[in-house]
Write a protein that binds this ligand. Sequence first.
Ligand SMILES: Nc1ncnc2c1ncn2[C@@H]1O[C@H](COP(=O)(O)OP(=O)(O)OP(=O)(O)O)[C@@H](O)[C@H]1O
Length: 785
Amino acid sequence: MATEEQDWKIEQQRVDDVTAKINRKMSVLEQEVGESRGDVVGMRKDFWDEVSINFSEQDDVGETSTSLRQQSQVLSELELSHRRSSLTLDKLRRLSSSPYFGRIDFREQGQEQTERIYLGIGSFLDDNEEDFLIYDWRAPVSSLYYDGAPGHATYRTPVGSIEGEMELKRQFVIRDAEIKVLFDTGVTIGDELLQQVLSHSADNQMKNIVATIQKEQNNVIRNDKSRMLIVQGAAGSGKTSAALQRVAYLLYRYRDSLRADQMVLFSPNSMFNSYVSTVLPELGEENMLQTTFQAYLEIRIGREFDLEDVFSQMEYLLAWSDDDGHPARVKGIRYKSSLDYFRAIRRYAELLLQDGMKFRSVRFQGHEIVSSQQMQEKFYSYDPAVKLGNRMELMRDWLLKEVNEFGRRERKEPWVEEQIQMLTTDDYHRAYTMMRRKQKNKTVSFDDFQLETEMAARMVVNNWLKPLRKWVKRLRFIDLGGLYRRLFEDAEWFQRINNGALPDGWEEFAPQTVNRIRQGELGYEDATPYLYLKEQLQGFRSNTAIKHIIVDEVQDYSPFQLEFMKRLFPRARMTALGDLNQAIYSHNSVFDEEEPLMELYGREQTELIRLTRSYRSTYEIVDFTRAMLPGGEQIIPFNRRGHKPVVALYDDREDMHQEIVRNIHELQQQGYQYTAIICKTESECTQAYEALKDQITMRKMTKNTPVFEKGTIIIPAYLAKGVEFDAVILYNASADQYHREAERKLFYTACTRAMHLLYAYSVGEVTPFISNVDAQLYEQNDYRG
Ligand SMILES: Nc1ncnc2c1ncn2[C@@H]1O[C@H](COP(=O)(O)OP(=O)(O)OP(=O)(O)O)[C@@H](O)[C@H]1O
């Protein structure tokens, strides 16, 4: 038997042994999980039986709430341990089908024996609970697999470095407990395996990449020194993948002090959230929290304004025309995303300590309880040394007192009498019982009827004043809209906060801003600045529980937004991943020259890693797309070969539609499951959808589509961020549609979504972003008459 064959046999034998052990462990755990599920279900069902409920006396109420608290604590502990066991069970299931993907033989310096280390998605111990049959890919020793080739090798452990000799490095593909591929490699991670993985079809869920993590990606994943880690990487270089494996790594490395719910991932849209949500559970970890910046803004100010989202802003700007308000708005967007504006808003809040604060008078049914003038006087009567937040608290307490006073006076008013008549007997009785309890120890000095009326009046007024009290408690008496609007109504005020100057274009974009606010709307560019002002005046609602934030597509954030996030999560470390070439929005990108991002936490606390190899697309697609970018030659395509991109020109839409229909049918026949028709805007998507829907089965994706699904979809370019497709068809990549320099990155982003095939169809002349590319890099078909 040849050595290779023998090796294969021995390895298969080991796979059989290990999977048998995993299966044994699984059946024990399955039983435990079944039992704990029963406990949780049972406890949820009997929850209220176990709580002693008694609300009749004050002491009993206290006892009841303690009992409730204890009971729900027991339940949540049970649920947590059940969830953990289920995750372990899922992981074992995956291990039993594919127990490991790598092996290294390592002899530590000074040791006689060579250790065989098998690497899988999780560790697995022999029955003696001492010997590792499988090492977790995140264990310190596993980094040897990703970082080094056979020969002298070193790896870091929390207590220092370990040196030795790597004698063998072997890679496996094991499916259903059977070895499908096995080879020894002299390099870091053999490209063969990567070729195999990458030539697969797209998926509606992102996959974990632990078997083929590249050395430079491993640096991203295991970096735990700096407070701020910036990853600048080409399209398809594995930024998102590395970020997700990094979360899994940090959860493993700091398992005693870090939980998944202390990490937040900020994604570009909600569809992306669903796209990445399976990676961590697949690795046996709970998901971190996932959100979008837009969702956060909605929660914080969505009730105060009709808030524009970033996609609507994008649609507005893409429908560009030179003669309406577009150029002015772009100037506004640029300024409002800058650090200058951030500082100006901070100065504004400081100035308001001395003068200019605006309040909304406290009113009840047309009656002014406290005027805005009185409020202003009160506010400036406090000791100037008292901080803004504290002053607002003093104001709140004072106003609540005033409202209570007012309520007391109001009880005698005729409208209250009228309302009392309308009370039901139940209401009346409740009021009576409540008051009786309050008066428990007092001697009653007037007759019952009088007391009852008094109680009812009190209840009526209290009920009516409840919303107003809530309004005061929420500090809604600060006229935030007015304060923010003033910056664009009053040039003098703006100059005061901006070192005596007005920003470029202020005269043009200021009226736009004011009009919008007057109509109850807030532009996306104003949302974060408004919120920042609000936070300063109402007290910053920072979140200290979060220890790590991951910002994907960071180039889409403005310097202003990142400064804001830093304050929002003051205890957190940050991982920021982005690609300047995909900065599609009009605001300044935090990635511009990387300055704002490098300075956010200070250079000494910041590390920058560049990823230049691109894995998603074939060599031909990367070669074509990088030619659209200045400096694109720095992007290195991975050597997976495919077809050259196809560019086709038509006389009219009808011809183009026919070709799209024909091509999609062909792609379906060839077995491609994920095809995207990418348009420039949502309105173009709607037109194209209407024209094509009777001939092809497809779905139209909008900003509200929550999940990414199989099939043919039609999607605006800005929403396709972060995801990928087997084939991409660019709908009308013409010079008419794409010609402004500002659209280059959007166009590039759309092209780089393709893994295997890329088509650009154009009615008339093709966009200069393509016509300026070397004609050798694509195939052109001109079907014009
Ligand atoms: N080491 C790897 N092994 C296997 N696949 C990889 C590896 N690195 C990246 N990929 C694959 O390449 C594709 C692109 O990865 P990912 O989406 O993480 O890149 P990205 O840099 O975030 O891209 P973009 O900025 O264009 O959205 C994915 O299909 C991912 O699975």
